[in-house]
Design a protein around this ligand. Structure first.
Ligand code: F6R
Length: 612
């Protein structure tokens, strides 16, 4: 989704802004633009295409200003084109605006402005913003900064939808205003310069100190100060949040792609997630999560709500929560949950998972659950992200920045965190303590076993290279292997563009088997001991119809006619999803590479889905 960067300081802004845009590329975009404050006023350069296309434009060379804003656009209103790219300016070219989000009532606002004589050049929802700012500014009797701030504030009050905005004004050549509502934006700060970005990794090499804005808070930035205002323009104080991620963590570190690096980081990210929540004396710990035994006894349902891969992490942990905590657990897709009048009340605990913490549907679902009286826990990988500021409680995965669009290390860290959370609840409830101890022991062994799974890469690659030209690849599994199959299939389709579906193996006869024809590839996941025989029978049915089979298992399957068996380390069914997914992530990766695709930035996808 759109990315924004801003800079004000003593240095030339353009290279810093371009560097930030390049680091935001992973979010997905189709056009890019930059506006800097020059001696002659705002200069705006933009085009459709990649940041490198923008960089090759002649006008870029002439940008000397030390204050600037920049944007990567992911088209929503209007096709990718130079005119629709950001920054957008008002009719008098006095204000430049970049915007991440969607203005839902832009058609109405556009009509009002047209009636006032304003003309529109683009098809975007954004262009109403600089023009309304201009309208309020022109008609204001205020003076100085207040006049600028108040024109922006009045405009924001008209906007319905989501927005993170950076605004420049010709009358204030040393300042920028930023504001956000339901769209991400952070301010990086140091003594002599200030930065703005959609997310932390983009500016991590410049600073580790950040200010986090809440909805409808405004920041007025100059090179040596950031002043904050609430939505009535009263000054407010904010403290700096320091981020521990290293700048190197947001680099490829010698790997060909971020995705590969992130797959290989899993032993470490899982270890860090364990280390933060299973303390040395072996008890589970979640600082700040004040859930009493009485409360946990009183709840009759846990809802896990998320999108995509994060939702699959919920599915992988549902069984553990149900079996170990004895609490009925339902997993739902956030975009479904928010529109289906779910049965949620003060006896429901709702857990929201979001790597980015900025996914629009997940945040909306969280707000709904709160309105209905549920207690809410956010699980996120990004400190201070929107979801963490909405939820009653937050727990963090310790995966480090995840840059590749396809989520890998965040997924396993999410499952690990949910599993430890289940053990923690059981410890508070005082139930199934023998199972808790056994599972804890198993979880502590996972990082080393993950390393063993990574060592299977060559075997996986060999099979991937045989099937990379396929049009369809199916995944089968039962129980927890079914949830892992869903994730394996999502990974494959995302980055290889091969059509893929995952089926509960028992469902095969109820329809999908009609798709099986000679030569088709079917992947079977078999880690749940009491279901192995049944899944093997299903696989035999596809083999007898000519399917090629790849099997991922830690069970003894006897001598069967499978084309390739990948043996992962032994583990109980509860923790196996943390292992079986690793060869599947590698499978998707190697197929995508063999097809010559952009693994880190698959087409049409965005890392952070900040609009509905
Ligand atoms: C798939 C993937 C997406 C995300 C989904 C939710 O590889 O990355 O399916 O899992 O968009 O994103 P977050 O976790 O940021 O809410």
């Amino acid at each position: 989704m759109c990315g924004i960067v801003g800079y004000v300081g003593p240095k030339k802004a353009e290279p810093i802004l371009i560097n930030g845009l390049l680091r935001l590329e992973y979010r997905g975009y189709d056009s890019a633009g930059i506006a800097t404050m020059e001696k002659t006023g705002i200069k705006n350069v933009k085009n459709k295409g990649r940041v490198n296309d923008l960089l090759s434009m002649k006008e870029i060379e002439s940008l000397e200003g030390t204050l600037g804003i920049a944007h990567t656009r992911w088209a929503t209103h209007g096709k990718p084109s130079s005119i629709n790219s950001h920054p957008h300016m008002d009719n008098s070219n006095s204000f430049a605006v970049v915007h991440n989000g969607i203005i839902e009532n832009y058609a109405e606002l556009k009509k009002e402005l047209e009636d006032k004589g304003y003309k529109f050049l683009s098809e975007t929802d954004t262009e109403v913003i600089p023009n309304y700012i201009h309208y309020f500014y022109k008609n204001s009797t205020e003076t100085g900064e207040t006049k600028f701030l108040s024109a922006v504030n009045k405009t924001c009050k008209l906007l319905k939808g989501s927005f993170a905005l950076e605004i420049l004004c010709n009358d204030f050549p040393n300042s920028m205003i930023v504001v956000r509502k339901d769209s991400p934006l952070v301010i990086g700060t140091s003594e002599t310069e200030n930065y703005v970005s959609s997310d932390i990794p983009a500016i991590l090499s410049f600073t580790k100190n950040f200010y986090l804005l809440n909805d409808l808070e405004f920041a007025y930035l100059t090179r040596d100060a950031v002043t904050f205002y609430d939505n009535n323009l009263n000054k407010i104080e904010k403290s700096v949040t320091s981020i521990e991620w290293s700048a190197a963590a947001a680099e490829k570190d010698g790997y060909a792609d971020f995705m590969l690096k992130e797959i290989y980081e899993q032993p470490r990210s899982i270890r860090e997630t364990i280390g933060s929540h299973i303390v040395t004396n072996g008890t589970c710990q979640f600082d700040g999560l004040n859930l009493s035994k009485e409360y946990l006894k009183s709840i009759n349902k846990i809802f896990i709500i998320a999108c995509g891969t994060a939702m699959h992490a919920g599915l992988a942990s549902k069984t553990v929560l149900e079996q170990i905590c004895e609490i009925s657990t339902e997993v739902d897709v956030a975009s479904e949950f928010r529109y289906r009048t779910p049965l949620v009340n003060d006896k429901t605990l709702c857990i929201f998972i979001s790597q980015s913490g900025e996914t629009a549907d997940t945040i909306a679902a969280l707000k709904l659950a709160k309105q209905k009286g549920a207690k809410t826990i956010a699980i996120s990988n990004v400190i201070g992200s929107s979801i963490t500021r909405e939820a009653d409680y937050t727990v963090y995965t310790h995966a480090g920045p995840e840059i590749a669009v396809a989520s890998t290390k965040a997924y396993t860290a999410q499952i690990m965190l949910l599993d430890i959370l289940a053990l923690y609840f059981a410890e508070i409830l005082g139930i199934n303590l023998d199972k808790v101890e056994l599972m804890k022991k198993e979880l502590l062994e996972i990082p080393a076993k993950t390393e063993k799974c990574l060592a299977l890469a060559n075997e996986v690659k060999e099979f991937a290279n045989k099937v990379y030209k396929e049009k369809d690849i199916f995944f089968l599994g039962r129980g927890l292997d079914y949830s892992s199959s869903l994730e394996a299939s999502l990974k494959l389709k995302e980055i290889s563009y091969i059509h893929s579906d995952a089926y509960a193996a028992g469902e095969l006869k109820h329809g999908p088997i009609a798709l099986i024809e000679n030569g088709i590839t079917v992947v079977g996941l078999l880690t749940v001991p009491h279901l192995v025989e049944k899944t093997v029978s299903n696989l035999q049915e596809v083999i007898s119809r000519g399917a090629k089979t790849l099997i991922v298992t830690n069970q003894d399957l006897g001598d069967k006619d499978f084309d390739k068996v990948i043996r992962i380390p032994e583990a109980s069914e509860y923790v196996s999803p943390l292992l079986s997914i690793i060869p599947m992530q590698l499978f998707a990766y190697f197929i995508s590479k063999e097809k010559g695709l952009d693994v880190d930035k698959p087409r049409n996808l965005a890392k952070s889905v900040t609009v509905e």
